[in-house]
Design a protein around this ligand. Sequence first.
Ligand SMILES: *Cc1c(COP(=O)(O)O)cnc(C)c1O
Length: 442
Amino acid sequence: MFYRPGMTRRNLLASGAAFAAASKAANTGDKPALLGGKPVRTESFPEWPVIGDDDERELMEALRSRRWNRRGGRHVDQFERAWAARVGSRHALATNGGTSALFSALNALEVGPGDEVIVPPYTFIATINVVLLQHALPVFVDTDRETFQIDAKKIEAAITRRTRCIMPVHLGGASADMDAILAVARKHGIPVVEDACQSHLAEWKGKKVGTLGDIGCFSFQASKNLNCGEGGVLTTDDEELYGRSVRFHNNGGALGGAPIGQGGRTHGCNLRMTEFQGALLSTQMERVEKQMQRREENAAYLSRMLDEIPGVTPARMYDGCTRNAYHLYMFRYDAQAFEGLPRKKFIEATSAEGIPLSGGYRPLNKDPFLENTLGSRAFRTIFSEKDAAQWRERNSCPENDRLCEEALWIGQSRLLGPRSDMDQIAEAVRRVQKNAADIARS
Ligand SMILES: *Cc1c(COP(=O)(O)O)cnc(C)c1O
């Protein structure tokens, strides 16, 4: 029952039908917030990052040690050993970012001018940037719309004699189809770099992603499930690739006991992690498993509810994906089931209900930055007009175009609260659906 101040139960009942009819929406609590109703949720979602006394202690220890650089410090070394053990990799190399880890990986593999690297179009721009930094061409393979991952069945058709690397992304915390990807890579003798920047501790058939291909890369940038502001790590079982990565990230020089690798010293960069980052990661890492379990529980519960609502479809996981890190809770929106309410308006309406959603990525393969880069002096030197024209001809990802119109995301930290938060997310979706026609007209 809905009481207004100053109204007794008796005169509320007496006012009866007229009152009920006049404020039916308000009465059932169904009036959408966008049209002046009370929002489903008014409190904020859990704060990110989660911090504790242990972080403070470890950071202060690094500060007072006066060893802020990894040479002579202990935190980065310790973190590398801990990460390698955690994911089950022989080597781990910490870097100052996920992009830097990917950059080091492509350098270790000697991806270079004139090469092609197979990438998904549904990813963060850094995946593509590291390819372009090598003056290589990103060759886009369309997305499997159901899973949001690269469509592994379409990779083989994209391979040419120039293909130097396949770079799948484990998008949103789930795993790309690694069996299919590794099979085609082995058949053609092409190395695989896994961009696992969103998928800390996610698994493919019980093995941690980032340890299945030749090199795996993770990010610890502020939004990621494990965070030290900026940071990254590269994992590999290959001694030679490890040695090359170490030297590339360290201005060509060796570091500690890392192998020098064949071919002698070459050029490099400074992509080293600081002791402060290492210190934070060591304590933040203690929280990862518990947080991951909470996200998994909440995501499974939310999916059961969303499955009941027509027009919203949670991203499917491949059978081989035995653990999902849920960096993003991803689902697809079908406006048909919402009286044609455009996705943009749906996001506005749920946001007004206190449930913020993102529309996700735009089609990266069509982004103007690619043409601008192809038109740059270096690229014009390396690739002919004909090369560029052929690249354009192959650059079509219709499934991904469609996904970019339909996608909706919920960020990982929103899955860290109580289960009732999930009820509210589903409630907001249902309320907007029930009032879709009114909202569309507003
Ligand atoms: C975050 C991210 C990166 C880059 O990591 P940074 O640490 O921000 O440099 C690369 N790829 C993907 C898919 C990412 O989500």
